[in-house]
Design a protein around this ligand. Structure first.
Ligand code: URA
Length: 186
């Protein structure tokens, strides 16, 4: 485990622990406040993220930004990362060996950032962090506490682009997160 986010980011440069290194343009390390109380974990970079090296800058990210603005979450105040740091080809789900290879990096990030709340965006984040027994349709909107961190599973913003009816649930889940932050006085 490394002691600073900067050291960790430096270490990850040139990572070749899994096959995604062969097709990536940029490693998408993570972005935001290194001391955030609130962290978001997505699945993996898409095409826009791969090109820019920043998470959630494509269509799904823009939708998430709109929800942030509406609810009063400042993107600069939170930290955003993914289960895998390199783009899976054709935006397929990360494979198990890829998620496992990348997990130590994410663990190290969480250890250094020390968020109080982590929002898990979609099934891939949910299953890799809380376990395969969870499924997003039943777990979303319900708090799970593990090792002193509160987890809120919700739909991945890309799922909202495919199905409008999910938007209200995503919005409500983020509102619940905002309320919790306020009630914790942070
Ligand atoms: N989808 C994700 O899961 N992560 C990103 O960074 C972008 C899209």
């Amino acid at each position: 485990m490394l002691d600073t986010i900067e050291e960790l980011e430096e270490k990850i440069k040139g990572c070749n622990k899994c096959k995604l290194c062969k097709t990536r343009t940029n490693i998408v390390f993570g972005t935001g406040n290194k001391n955030a109380d609130l962290m978001f974990i997505g699945e993996g970079p898409g095409q826009d993220e791969d090109i820019q090296g920043i998470p959630f800058v494509g269509k799904a990210g823009k939708l998430m930004n709109m929800a942030f603005e509406g609810i009063g979450i400042n993107r600069e105040d939170v930290y955003i990362a993914n289960i895998v740091k390199c783009r899976p080809p054709l935006n397929r789900n990360p494979e198990n060996d890829e998620a496992v290879a990348c997990m130590d990096y994410l663990r190290n990030q969480v250890m250094l950032i020390k968020p109080k709340i982590i929002v898990l965006l979609g099934n891939v984040a949910l299953k890799n962090i809380l376990g395969n027994e969870f499924a997003i349709t039943t777990a979303r909107g319900k708090w799970v506490e593990k090792k002193g961190i509160l987890y809120m599973p919700t739909f991945h913003p890309a799922a909202l682009l495919r199905d409008d009816t999910k938007k209200i649930y995503f919005w409500n889940d983020l509102q619940e997160v905002k309320n919790k932050l306020e009630s914790l006085n942070i």
